[in-house]
Design a protein around this ligand. Sequence first.
Ligand code: NAP
Length: 284
Amino acid sequence: MIERLAIIGVGLIGGSLARALREAGAVRSVVGIGRSLANLDEALSLGICDEVTQDACNGVKGADLVFISVPVCAISAVVAEIAPALASDCIVTDGGSVKEAIVRECEALIPAGCHFVGGHPIAGTEHSGAAASFATLYRGKRCILTPTERTNPAAMAKVEDLWRLTGADVCYMEPGHHDRIFAEISHLPHMAAYALVHAVGTADVEGENVLSFTAGGFRDFTRIASSDPVMWRDIALMNRGALLASIDGFSASLAELRRRIDRGDRAGLTDFFTIAKQFRDGII
Ligand code: NAP
């Protein structure tokens, strides 16, 4: 049982965690912390939180667990701000989509007697804010924890229990390894979706509004380009090295495809699409 859970950033990820833990009967009280009163009031009226505040230090006072779910570039600044107000033995964990820099910075900022555990739930939608959250978001999904040699084992076990109570399967990864994998399978697809919509949205085809002709395929492929721009700006910048390598790989793949189209290489195109189809069909 968590006596007092503080959620900093009561949006899709933080709001859904609070809802899931409430449903599991695992938390006695939830305090929501954020910048805008409108979102906090929404969180209160939806029953996600018992109380809300814009003052992070006041909000975390007496909390046994603090979950930080703000955009990745703001996470360590939040830890720096709340550090003096944390109760002894408090566990601070996060849901940020990038791990190496966050874990390094937060481990350095966490005061003695408190514990930081890096985490990343592999679940989400393109919607933001408290109103977008729901209790079943994590059910049957993975949550990755990224411990280091500095991670307290008891704190890690508690964070693992918490994610299991939401219905998530927990696994572990080294933070840098996490960032290289997610550059490929999450961050690159978002960049590709944004770039594709950008290119098509600004394409000039005899003055037509080409986006008015879009159908299922375009909509399926580009759904994630509706995700929050600030969140994805932060992820792109914070995972810059791994993401640039992924973008280079993708650019090479696109250039190869272009070459085969340009040459009228029927066999080469069939091969290219067959290999990609096999990979896609193999995803379970
Ligand atoms: P969200 O719905 O936009 O929620 C973020 C919350 O943080 C908002 O309630 C916002 O409220 C608050 N916030 C924004 N900037 C802040 C700042 N500088 N300082 C303090 N509070 C701030 O976003 P989300 O989708 O829940 O994402 C939250 C975190 O989860 C991010 O780190 C993201 O990388 C990670 N994540 C997202 C997904 C996904 O698919 N969405 C999946 C896994 C992990 P106010 O603006 O009112 O303060």
